[in-house]
Design a protein around this ligand. Sequence first.
Ligand code: MG
Length: 278
Amino acid sequence: MNPTIISLGLAGLTAAAVTTAAPAPSPRVTNSAGVVGYKSTPGLPGTPWHVHDPDRPQPVVVTPGTFSSQETTGQPPSDAIVLFDGKDVAKWQSAKGEPTNWKVEAGAMFPGKGDIVTKQEFGDLQLHLEFCTPPPNGKSGQGRGNSGVFFMGRFELQVLDCYENKTYPDGQTGSLYGQQPPLVNACRAPGQWQTYDVAFTAPRFDADGKLLQPAYITAFHNGVLVQNHVAYGGPSSHKVLGNYDKPIPPAGPLRLQDHGDPVRFRNIWVRPIPPAGK
Ligand code: MG
């Protein structure tokens, strides 16, 4: 075949391919802040923003923290509210609003007598907390290193030493006490520092006090997922079913339980969660 015809044929193919793949004229825009995006794209339902809208508010910049080791505590993120940094219990009080008698020693706090609550109240919340259960001393079941973290003062994420220690599953470490066992048992041995990282969503009620949405929790124990967007059936209780018969205020304190065991805590910080970006 004539080489000229072959090369013309290839050129024709190439031109056709380019024509097919050519993008539509670019609708990209640059806003006054220099952000490049699109304004001719579909609107995102429930928002005033387009897909890839450059004018949508930029997320706030947060400097991430660092992880703890057994020996040292990590740093919280830059916007965290630190509830306990190893020095004092100034952010806490007794459940009756009196000064707490919990003690601080070697950078950790542990029960005096009675539960303690934060002076500040929270609704939707990210929590980081570290705990260390005491030597078993022959105890078993619920008697071993028992404490608890209560969101809004009501919704418990159980603290217990379940390292080679069996108890009823809806009462073990990482359970929603009396309601939902953890997905797995991720306990470290007593005497080791352990972590909880939690996203908690407060329940919602309408103006008449009718439940619109229950409280939800997602929780990681030592970095392992133990609760994945699980609904609380109501405030936590012992041997009783929780319910939402009574409306719950939109915010409440974080509460730590004194169950008579010297469970130690350190590096407690929270970040209130704003409504999802609109
Ligand atoms: Mg407990």
